[in-house]
Design a protein around this ligand. Structure first.
Ligand code: HPA
Ligand code: ZN
Length: 335
């Protein structure tokens, strides 16, 4: 199969996206449109100058700009428009199902009511072209008490979220800081995930599993530094939601040729490919697949496996999962 044919397979194959921060899908054009609509002053005078400011070299330098970008989101319709734009873009990449992160504290801290955030995002998911569900993330640089208060605010909307996650500045904010709030979420029947092993050490992956009881690890690429942990992740088939372009932009790896995606797969891990913050990191789902497959010796069987992992690791009901995997296998039977 030629490189061109492989690229076409990557684009056309059905897939699920399990690691996308909806605030990270806010494109500079929409930031400017919303700023104008809401009368919010921006520190940049044009779309181009904003885009030029996207020169991060680690997680924190990205987060500073990402939180500033989110400041234009004030009304329910703003959250709706942002989410609908993502869902349409994902559909064009043949994403069939997305599990979308949102960061309520980024908005409630600015005085935007919780219900404004969730109602806008949720309504877009109902109207959008693909299957979608919501995972509420706690910001780990804030206190556990703040996370608990956010969970309380979410309780009236329990039926609109399928799970909770943990994001923002990783180093210095280990998973165990959030033991109690995650235990309460577990008792509520919510699915549990956490970012771990992106910039933080493999120990954070272990404590996320053992102390927070998470079902998936977001990023997790530093697991390979611990053979014992790698072996465990393979044995228990804990999914990793890997984000190749994000890892390059935030210098987790120097360049795509050094990304460890193939090593993760070769170690028997349930790795998936995702976009993380597509408006900031240079691409949506298919851009991530194309960049990784272009730089690494990955082929057709890896593509099939990554897409299958994405449906398997999703929180879809077994029947929906089976239907998507059937569609996927039928697709690969014809290539
Ligand atoms: N890591 C941590 N927090 C985040 C990320 C990320 O990749 N994207 C948005 N918030
Ligand atoms: Zn992330």
């Amino acid at each position: 199969m030629s490189q061109k044919q492989l690229q076409s397979v990557l684009q056309q194959m059905p897939k699920a996206e399990l690691h996308i921060h909806i605030e990270g899908s806010l494109e500079p054009e929409l930031i400017f449109e919303l700023a104008q609509r809401n009368g919010v002053a921006l520190a940049y005078e044009s779309v181009d100058s904003l885009r030029k400011a996207y020169a991060f070299d680690n997680l924190q330098s990205f987060l500073d700009i990402y939180y500033a970008g989110a400041s234009v989101l004030l009304k329910e319709q703003d959250f709706y428009d942002m989410t609908m734009a993502y869902l349409q873009r994902a559909a064009a990449d043949n994403v069939r199902h997305a599990e979308i992160f949102f960061d309520p504290q980024t908005h409630t801290a600015r005085g935007v009511p919780f219900e404004t955030v969730i109602n806008g995002i949720w309504r877009a998911c109902q109207d959008g072209p693909i299957s979608a569900s919501l995972i509420m993330c706690f910001l780990r640089h804030l206190s556990e008490a703040d996370a608990i208060a956010t969970l309380e605010e979410a309780l009236p909307f329990r039926d609109k979220i399928i799970g909770v996650g943990l994001d923002s500045s990783e180093v210095g904010h280990p998973p165990e800081k959030f033991c109690r709030v995650f235990e309460r979420c577990r008792q509520l029947g919510l699915h549990l995930v956490a970012h771990a092993g992106e910039e933080g050490p493999p120990e954070y992956i272990e404590t996320a599993l053992d102390l927070l009881n998470v079902e998936r690890i977001d990023h997790g690429v530093r697991c390979l530094e611990s053979p014992v942990l790698t072996e465990r992740l393979a044995r228990e088939q804990i999914a990793l939601t890997v984000c190749p372009l994000s890892n390059i932009k935030l210098r987790v790896f120097d360049h795509m040729g050094q990304h460890n995606l193939l090593e993760l797969l070769d170690a028997g891990l349930a790795a998936t490919v995702n976009s993380d913050d597509p408006a900031y990191f240079g691409g949506y789902m298919n851009d991530n697949f194309l960049a990784a497959f272009d730089a690494l010796p990955l082929g057709l069987s890896h593509a099939h496996r990554l897409a299958r992992n994405s449906f398997n690791a999703s929180f879809l009901e077994p029947e929906a999962k089976r239907a998507f995997i059937e569609e996927l296998d039928a697709f690969f039977a014809k290539v």
